[in-house]
Design a protein around this ligand. Structure first.
Ligand SMILES: [Zn+2]
Length: 147
């Protein structure tokens, strides 16, 4: 897949695979970007799933999804799923995931574009299913929904 994140070598500047540990050009150990700043907040809504991301931390990062509206974005006061703008193309209120009490799940763009399993998510939204792959800016998020 093109468009995946690249890890530049701090020694020689060569672009390496996003998950590479050592530079293919010079062999130097590659540094990873720091993890995103996350803010502890109390969200009392029922946990309905989560998203996993392996783009920036090969051990994986998780983002919790709760019943109702989940706003994905880079602005801590607006987003319940906080992504790092510095990682590229994530805007303050980028998109939303709505998890209905009856089990329905929907992804829809807000001020940014998203793709779901490789297809652009229309403004009307797309149904979301367990195992879907959602792309938000430079993030590839694997969606896990609880039954
Ligand atoms: Zn290098």
């Amino acid at each position: 897949m093109s468009g995946e994140g690249r890890t530049p070598c701090g020694e020689c500047g060569a672009a390496n695979r996003a998950r590479a540990l050592y530079c293919l050009a010079c062999g130097a150990k590659l540094r990873r970007p720091p993890p995103p700043v996350t803010e502890t907040r109390v969200d009392a809504r029922r946990l309905r799933g989560w998203m996993a991301c392996f783009d920036f931390d090969q051990t994986g990062e998780t983002f919790l999804l709760r019943e109702g509206q989940n706003v994905l974005g880079a602005e801590p006061r607006e987003a319940t799923v906080l992504l790092a703008a510095s990682r590229g193309q994530v805007v303050a209120r980028h998109g939303a995931i709505r998890l209905e009490a009856d089990g329905g799940a929907w992804a829809s763009p807000l001020d940014g574009a998203m793709t779901l399993n490789g297809a652009a998510v229309p403004s009307a939204g797309s149904a979301l299913h367990d195992g879907d792959q959602l792309r938000v800016g430079a993030y590839t998020l694997i969606v896990k929904l609880l039954p």
